[in-house]
Design a protein around this ligand. Structure first.
Ligand code: NAD
Length: 546
């Protein structure tokens, strides 16, 4: 395909018949290329406070076309925009000329029968009202074809994925995907928004926090040996930087470690505006976070996650915790960090087993995050399958993209339900089984992620037992875990009865019933179930044996 000269403003406009995918592909392109997205129909509806149907009914199509033309003129003044047009906008020659001068214009072409299958149940298409809809689509296509063909690029969508179509558009116009740098997490009840920054560890900068003079970096010995000096050197130009190491392993996530951190803060006279930096995996992050949230009722707190699990999960979302003999994570707070700084090159020094442990959580996101698929442009599950080798080999760019996607799912969920009153519980997919496995093996035999991988497949079997999930999906998920070289079977010495007993101590117990998060209907959606009888649990566990 020829590469045509880019329009100076970097705008892209998508046109095509209704249902051709303009909005979905537009949103994805805007996300990938870091541009703003405008859907003209949606924007007009928002401005008028009425649906397109109502505008057509109250003031007629002519009025709507006038609003549309005004909006197009407005958008054409802007730069770095992806605009998705209503299907008829491009018929007007003046609109077309203006757009082609200010934007790269792409027509998405789909077969009318295919379009009909997609739009037949939607009631928001005024031009499809009454009569034979398929015939109307054929007629609209014939009428509009000359205008649609007068674009810079025409793409037949067929059964191509969003990702593929977006890539064709980017290649044709020479748009390059920028490297992922940062995004902002918005949590409604937090006092602040906070940034997730993807930067090398030698580019740590916390000045935007306007913090007090003292910084305490909490870490563990093997992490400190590799990364502490570099971070300390940078921060020492502006802050009094102190550091401490806590013990390694899940058993270190306890009140004694918490107390040691608090005593250190007290001895250094830390004040409210001073900062704790958690440099490490989930154990360091959860324990240092708990200390940060309780010392003086909350001081600044920065996460520098160094394990895959903490990069894609524990560093974002604000759950802090310590374990007690009665169970894991039973004591904790919701306390959002002020900043999260991720450098996935750290994963190169992570022991292989710990890396694998994070992969289990990665699969989890693919099973619950269908709503966010448009950001990655594919089904995230398919994306993981297609990139499994690169993931196993720790390909930096592939990993950054995946870490970013997982965190967008996580922060999207947390933004809707920070305190886990509803959908945040979805993030616990596989965890009720996982925690019980960790508990029965005294947190020694399996890492958290290894136990979660077993939990995810057990939850799939449970869903099958309850009639919500098809065996073929469980097999596909097992297939992905095999590609990622993850074990998911529960060893025989962990008796079903003991696991079922351990479920009763899980945090997800409500009114005496343990809640389970299970995949439902297809890959990408989950559901909470609470009335599960022991027979179904036993069957699920027994089916997940080697
Ligand atoms: N807060 C949350 O939302 C949340 C979510 C998921 C899990 N968690 C918690 O996270 C914990 C597990 O975290 P984890 O899997 O990161 O384990 P971890 O923190 O125990 O780290 C695993 C091991 O890797 C070492 N390590 C870490 N980074 C390294 C690096 N770059 N190079 C070399 N060695 C490195 C650590 O010292 C440790 O020995 C559990 O306690 C779990 O409950 C919390």
């Amino acid at each position: 395909m020829p590469k045509i000269k880019l329009n100076a403003k970097g705008n892209i406009t998508l046109t095509g018949l209704m249902g051709s995918g303009k909005s979905t592909i537009g949103r994805h392109l805007a996300y990938v290329l870091n541009k703003d997205f405008i859907d003209t129909d949606e924007e007009i509806e928002n401005r008028e406070g009425k649906s397109i149907n109502e505008i057509f009914k109250d003031k007629g199509e002519k009025h709507f076309r006038k609003l549309e033309q005004e909006l197009i003129k407005e958008v054409c003044q802007l730069s770095n925009i992806v605009m998705s047009l209503g299907g008829g906008a491009i018929i007007d020659e003046e609109n077309r000329k203006l757009i082609k001068r200010n934007s790269s214009l792409v027509t998405l072409i789909a077969d009318p029968q295919e379009l009909y299958d997609r739009v037949k149940r939607r009631k928001n298409r005024p031009l499809l009202k009454g009569g034979d809809q398929l015939e109307t689509l054929h007629k609209l296509w014939e009428e509009r074809k000359p205008a649609y063909m007068d674009s810079h690029l025409q793409i037949k969508t067929g059964d191509k994925s969003i990702n593929l179509i977006a890539r064709e558009i980017m290649k044709f116009f020479g748009f390059r995907k920028p490297k992922i740098k940062e995004f902002e997490v918005m949590v409604p009840s937090a006092e602040h928004r906070y940034k997730i920054l993807y930067r090398d560890l030698n580019k740590i900068d916390i000045t935007s926090l306007k913090a007090g003079p003292n910084v305490l970096i909490v870490s563990q010995s093997n992490i400190a040996k590799k990364y502490l000096a570099e971070i300390k050197d940078q921060l020492s130009t502006e802050y009094k930087v102190h550091s401490m190491e806590i013990a390694d392993g899940e058993e270190a996530k306890n009140f004694i470690t918490y107390q040691l951190i608090i005593q250190k803060l007290l001895s250094l006279n830390f004040e409210r505006k001073d900062t704790i930096i958690a440099l490490g995996g989930g154990v360091v992050g959860d324990t240092a976070g708990f200390a940060a949230s309780t010392y003086y009722r909350g001081i600044n707190y920065v996460q520098i996650p160094t394990t895959l699990l903490s990069m894609i999960d524990s560093s974002v979302g604000g759950k802090t915790a310590v374990n007690v003999p009665e169970g894991k994570n039973l004591i904790g707070t919701f306390y959002q960090p002020n900043m999260v700084h991720i450098d996935s090159y750290c994963l190169r020094s992570l022991p292989e087993r710990e890396y694998k442990s994070g992969l289990g959580e990665m699969v989890k996101y693919a099973l619950l995050g269908m709503e966010w698929d448009h950001l990655i442009g594919d089904s995230f599950f398919e994306h993981l399958i297609n990139n499994a080798d690169a993931i196993v080999n720790k390909d930096h760019d592939v990993l950054n993209e995946i870490i970013d996607h997982c965190l967008r799912i996580k922060s999207g969920i947390v933004a809707q339900d920070e305190k886990e009153k509803g959908i945040r519980a979805y993030l616990n997919l596989g965890h009720t089984f996982g925690h019980a496995i960790e508990e029965l093996t005294q947190y020694k035999r399996y890492s958290h992620g290894e136990a979660v991988a077993m939990g995810i497949i057990s939850a799939c079997y449970l869903s099958e037992e309850l009639g919500y999930f098809k065996e073929k999906y469980t097999s596909q998920i097992k297939g992905l875990m095999d590609k990622l070289e993850l074990n998911y079977t529960i060893p025989k010495d962990l008796k079903a009865k003991d696991l079922i007993d351990a479920f009763k101590y899980d945090k997800k117990v409500e009114a005496g019933k343990t809640r389970f998060i299970i995949p439902k209907s297809n890959i990408g959606r989950v559901e909470i179930v609470s009335k599960v009888d022991d027979a179904a649990l036993k069957a699920a566990i027994e089916r997940n044996r080697a």
